[in-house]
Write a protein of this length. Sequence first.
Lengths: 156, 498
Amino acid sequence: MNINTTKIISLLFFIFSAFYLYTAYQIQVFAFDENAPFNARTFPIYLGYAGLFFSGLKLVLPEPYTIKVDHKNLEYKKTAILIIIAIIYGATILKVGYFLTTSLFLFSSYYFLGERRWILMFLLSFPFVAAFMYLLHGILDIYLRDPFLQSIGVMG
Amino acid sequence: MIEGILIGLTTALTLQNILMVMVGCFFGTIIGMLPGLGPMTAIALMIPITYGFDPATGLILMAGVYYGAVFGGSTSSILLNAPGVPGTVATSFDGYPMAQQGKAGKALAIAAWSSFAGGTLSAIYLLFMAPSLSKVSLSFRSPDYFALMILGLTAIAAFSSKGQFLKAMMMVVLGLMLASVGQDSLSDITRFTFDNMNLTDGISFVLVVMATFAMSEALTIILKRNDPTSAAKQVSLTELGSIKINKEERTKMYKTIPRSSIIGFLIGVLPGAGATIASFLAYGMERNVVNDEEKEKFGKGSVNGLSAPETANNAACSGSFVPMLTLGIPGSGTTAVMLGALLGFGVQPGPRLYMTNPEIFWSIIMSMYIGMVILLILNLPLIPYIARILAVPKNYLIPLILFFSVTGIYVMSFNNFDIYLMIGIAVVATFLRLYDFPMPPLILAFVLGGLMEENLRRSLLLSNGSWEFLWDRTLTLCILLTTILIVVWHFYKSIIRK
């Protein structure tokens, strides 16, 4: 049997809604609220049923338009690399600091996306981030945590 | 009203706010021109910057970005046949053929003038209608609001492109589910946090917007980089032609603009409809009202065919501010983002905004006029130069979008967890988008989730747990009947199509 991806997504959503509904029933409410017309679990329970209803309908009803995705033409590798770089960026931004991690993130992203114009890559990473930091931190007074710049005495 | 206009003018005409409109229009145009990046993404990217301003200034900046992005979207529609936003799809029907005939400059000028006229006319409609709508909306009670939110969410799902109603409804439910994470607003009981302290305050609106639009858009562009069917094609632009509009073309526009602006504004006012529906309807209506000779030109570079959707989509932008400012119900995904930003500023849009924060209410309306003028002044002479931005290599564009997304979350929470969560949601959203699951319903539902629960809570408590509140009041019943009508009409159209 050939099942299309939209149906699989609908099935996953159905399972997710069932899990959501189960969790909604587990929400602890105050004893005096237990039989109230509306408590903290009422709305989530309705949502859980709504999720089951719509995803169930999507599963059961025939698909009016089949969406064909040509996986051969999709750049999974580069997308995955970019996501991994973004995760590393997220993991280091607080410990290392905004300036260095952001600049390295931009530089490495340009590189992995196939860019090799080194000067342009540099200009659009380190000086660009410095200018952006100045705009946020210096002009708009938005605090940016940066242990690295603090350790070398650039930032107070 | 005169007093309100003066308050608005005083606020909007400060040097800082004029500068914000200019900056907003300029950056909005540039971001909107980039295929795939629409006003919602542009505004989402601006949210962290608006943190440093007062609410009126922040909103004026976002309104400028909004108009700029809609115009920018038209530019990529005309030059590349790659609409930056769904609202400018209809623009490409006649704009792109004009550009192919070597009249790209003229097409852009017609788009700019039509946008200007559409936006200005609808700002006038807004000026007169918003206060009266605000007064009418004061009679709204919790059941009416709840019904209105159901209407808004159903409408945005029903107006999604063909065959997507159930997918859009699933996205609505997902958006509401995401909004339910965190503490319950009344009892402070935590829900769906799985003992994770980072989720106690719920998921941030900026995080969801950045993840589902900016970040997932960037990932989608990379993913579809080698896809030959992808609309994001780079073409060389060597000949833009003249930007002058002759007398005959002007005459055609004089007739098209007023009727398209009315359609655009009225559609924009409806919660959930927005610029896309407005531009398609205006295009369709224009085709029906012109003479046979002109009708033949539609799809081949018709002035009316280009002017009508351009006027309507900008008019719809102003129209969509009406339900946002007066009812607290966004008329489109973009105004849903702005509503979230307003809530972030601590301003509660709704019937009382007009009275409690008149400077915000009126300054936004007044800044629309100013924005339209500035958009025209900025864009007409810059058309040949602005077009060059389309040549920005994706190798630079994508990392910069990711950088802005992460920065937006970083400055907001200083929390690694939020960044991981954003990446996770972005990956899921990218996958969902690949299979045509629309994101605007998710955002609209996420924004309305808290308000919807609040109004349902009040309604159920007042009616002692009975669902009779849905038909007790005429207004509630009318709104619900409209919702049912929309769903029935949608299914009827689907059956007819088959």
